[in-house]
Write a protein that binds this ligand. Structure first.
Ligand code: NAP
Length: 317
């Protein structure tokens, strides 16, 4: 397979990890937009000859965006979630869309367990307590516990299963809800998000974003978790009704929440930031150097494989 395609122009609207970017620039006629002095002018100058786009979640890819590129063949997305991409619009224009499955699964699952432990045992608060010097005058309050709990996975896909495997090792009972029951796991199945929440006291959200899952975690689901309930969201902010979550936390209807993703990220509501018991992270689920480079590598692999005529490596079907 050839490794250089100087006649294949690839648009890179937002930065990629450096290793992937070097490979991309080496293999293609890469047009990087974020460092162009005049982004609009750079885009207009390149649009008619762009054949590939290396996109990130920062770029909404809808029909109007795609229509700027008459020669576009492939959108290679950096990330596994693609709720910012209008797949039907791309397909209608004969374009292929790829994502980065597999390479980030274990990293995100690690982060989910870190968030869960941090929220239940109040570890960020304990760290702040030591740093403030409060330990000199008093002990840190006792926390809630993971012992004896049941963890419900809302979206038992690649990441959900990796989370469930880890949670098993922590001695937790596992339940899940997907639209379809899996025949390859022994975990108990709940036939709705509400039934899942009624049967567990930790709810981990790991289903895709998009219209079908918008606010799938609402006030009723949160209340069903109960006063010791813990919500962990490593999926997309859109799956959780943020106003209902804030109310449930303020009123003690659930115990705490650990959130990596937000409806309006990076702008996190002040009311959420003001809650002392929650654990908030800036969308870092896959955010290790190695994993982000592996994701960028798969973006470049998809583009090179496509440009060489061998088809995409991980197309969305
Ligand atoms: P995946 O393998 O496709 O799994 C998604 C699971 O969700 C499937 O089991 C699916 O089962 C279920 N699902 C889909 N629609 C549903 C619905 N309406 N109701 C209930 N369950 C539903 O995806 P993944 O690789 O595990 O990734 C999951 C999501 O995590 C991604 O879409 C992405 O947004 C997010 N993510 C976040 C980070 C981060 O940094 N925080 C990193 C990577 C990914 P059924 O089809 O049977 O319903």
């Amino acid at each position: 397979m050839p490794s250089r395609f100087p006649d294949f122009r690839v648009l890179v609207p937002h930065p990629l990890p450096v290793g992937g970017l070097v490979r991309l620039k080496d293999a293609f006629d890469a047009v990087t937009l974020w460092d162009a002095p005049d982004k609009g002018a750079a885009l207009r100058a390149a649009a008619s000859s762009v054949r590939g786009i290396a996109s990130t979640g920062a770029q909404v890819v809808d029909g109007a965006f795609l229509d700027q590129f008459p020669k576009l063949e492939i959108v290679a997305n950096f990330g596994v979630g693609y709720d910012h991409i209008d797949l039907a619009a791309a397909r209608a224009r004969g374009m292929v869309v790829t994502n980065t499955p597999g390479v980030l699964v274990e990293e995100v699952a690690d982060a989910a367990l870190g968030l869960l432990l941090g929220a239940v045992r109040q570890l960020p608060q304990a760290d702040a307590f030591v740093r403030r010097g409060d330990w000199l005058t008093r002990g840190f309050p006792l926390s809630a516990s993971l012992r004896g709990r049941t963890l419900g996975v809302l979206g038992l896909g690649d990441i959900g299963r990796a989370i469930a495997r880890r949670a098993e090792a922590f001695g937790l009972k596992i339940l899940y809800h997907n639209r379809s029951r899996r025949d390859d796991v022994a975990y108990g199945y709940a036939d709705s998000p509400l039934a899942l929440a009624q049967a567990c006291d930790i709810l981990v959200v790991a289903a895709p974003g998009g219209p079908q899952t918008h606010h799938i975690v609402d006030a009723a689901v949160l209340e069903a978790l109960g006063p010791q309930g813990v919500l962990v969201n490593i999926a997309r902010g859109s799956l959780v009704d943020t106003a209902a979550l804030i109310a449930a936390l303020q009123q003690g209807k659930i115990l705490t929440a650990a959130l990596d993703v937000f409806e309006t990220e990076p702008d996190v509501p002040e009311a959420l930031r003001a809650l002392p018991q929650v654990f908030l992270a800036p969308h870092v689920g896959s955010g290790s150097v190695a994993t982000r480079e592996a994701m960028a590598g798969l973006v470049v692999d998809n583009l090179t494989s496509w440009a060489s005529g061998a088809g995409a490596v991980t197309p969305l079907t």
